[in-house]
Design a protein around this ligand. Structure first.
Ligand code: FNR
Length: 382
């Protein structure tokens, strides 16, 4: 029985993936309260039904930093995306390009920047973490620029990793356990990596290429664990602002004051996000944080939002709450893990159809018509 695309793909991914990989994807931080609220708060935003308004012509197109988007959706950076399908980053990125939306490559991708960019008909976005190894950051930015990337997503909500207890239960946490699990995934006939980089099955695209020697998984995990930088501040980002010539989006904003700081810093955009509930449990869901942030900075920079978006109705809700564009996280990985590129294309088509229905029945014929007018104000909710 079909319930919804995202629910079905999640169930299919659960059947298909080894449990530790499914739970690594599905889990959040601590008691996972914020992760659940992301979905529940967003789903409970009430749409305002309007009828008899001649909705025969709809446009979902939008524009962001001079780039045309077929709909106001992009694929979020998801680390180790290539663990969910063979050359997963390439499959997801080509699906996004086919549907006319951006794909964001994570710093910790399996396929390298060059490998993914070479397969694409449109420029992808690149996500960078704040890492102590500034040499790595600079090198990654140079490689991204040389590969045609112009939009940089700079993730700032990981100065230290949140504790994900599910990973401890499923054997995905701790250096040696994670290593063992990832090795299982690598050598599993369904998931064995097939990265272009030197044809070596256990390289991690971006990181291996930078380090320039045969780094294996153990090296990668140790390197990453040492590299989160809790000392980071806005001042530390200034060199990146000066260095990067394209649009720069700060990802992981959840407070209006931080959003104002992002404007003062000169960011071109922010992503209102709690990292899908994977960092600090107990913080506001994105749906609850977004309206206040939008009233603080709307129009001064582009507002993107993620965390909890599972279908086209959720996209319309986030835009009505103040976002210009949204990012899909787990939703596209579920589809990728189930049917690879074709799954992601199908998911994006379903999201588009769901958006069309929501827009038709709320009386919004263009994306700019999706304002707070398409919502029913509810006391005690978002
Ligand atoms: C993430 N996310 C993430 N964000 C980022 O900036 N860089 C990264 O490498 C990752 N890696 C990552 C791995 C996994 C398995 C998940 C689930 C998430 C966060 C991601 O970009 C996005 O903010 C959330 O996924 C949005 O929440 P939903 O849509 O998954 O609920």
């Amino acid at each position: 029985m079909i319930i919804s695309a995202s629910t079905d793909y999640r169930a299919a991914a659960r059947r298909r993936l080894p449990p530790f990989l499914f739970h690594y994807l599905d889990g959040g931080a601590y008691a996972e309260y914020t992760m659940r609220r992301n979905v529940d708060d967003l789903g409970s935003v009430a749409l305002r039904q309007r009828v008899l308004r001649n909705m025969s012509s709809l446009s979902l197109e939008t524009e962001l930093f001079g780039e045309r988007l077929a709909m106001p959706v992009a694929l979020a950076p998801v680390g180790l995306c290539g663990m969910y399908a063979r050359r997963g980053e390439v499959q997801a990125a080509t699906a996004a390009a086919e549907k006319g939306i951006p794909f964001t490559l994570s710093t910790v991708s399996v396929c390298s920047i060059e490998e993914v960019a070479a397969e694409l008909s449109r420029p992808m976005w690149f996500q960078l973490y704040v890492l102590k190894d500034r040499g790595f950051m600079k090198n990654a930015l140079e490689r991204a620029w040389a590969s045609g990337v112009r939009t940089l997503v700079f993730t700032v909500d990981m100065p230290t990793p949140g504790a994900r207890y599910r990973d401890a239960h499923s054997g995905m946490s701790g250096k040696h356990a994670a290593l063992r699990r990832m090795w299982q995934a690598l050598t599993h006939p369904l998931w064995a990596w097939d990265v272009g980089l030197h044809g070596r099955p256990h390289d991690l695209g971006n990181i291996s290429a930078y380090r320039g020697h045969p780094t294996g998984l153990e090296d990668y995990i140790g390197w990453l664990a040492k590299n989160f930088d809790p000392s980071i501040s806005w001042q530390d980002l200034e060199w990146i602002r000066d260095f990067w010539q394209g649009p720069m989006i700060i990802k992981g904003i959840l407070d209006p004051e931080d959003a104002r700081d992002a404007v003062r810093f000169g960011a071109d955009g922010i992503v209102v996000s709690n990292h899908g509930g994977r960092q600090l449990d107990g913080v506001l869901s994105s749906a609850r944080a977004l309206p206040e942030i939008a009233s603080a900075v709307k129009g001064e920079l582009k507002i993107l939002a993620d965390s909890g978006i599972r279908n086209g109705l959720d996209v319309v809700r986030m835009i009505a709450l103040g976002a210009d564009t949204v990012l899909l996280g787990r939703a596209f990985i579920h589809a990728l893990a189930t049917h690879g590129r074709a799954g992601v294309v199908n998911l994006l088509e379903l999201i588009e159809k769901e958006m069309r229905v929501a827009m038709t029945l709320t009386g919004a014929s263009t994306i700019s018509d999706i304002t707070s007018d398409v919502l029913v104000p509810q006391s005690g909710s978002v």
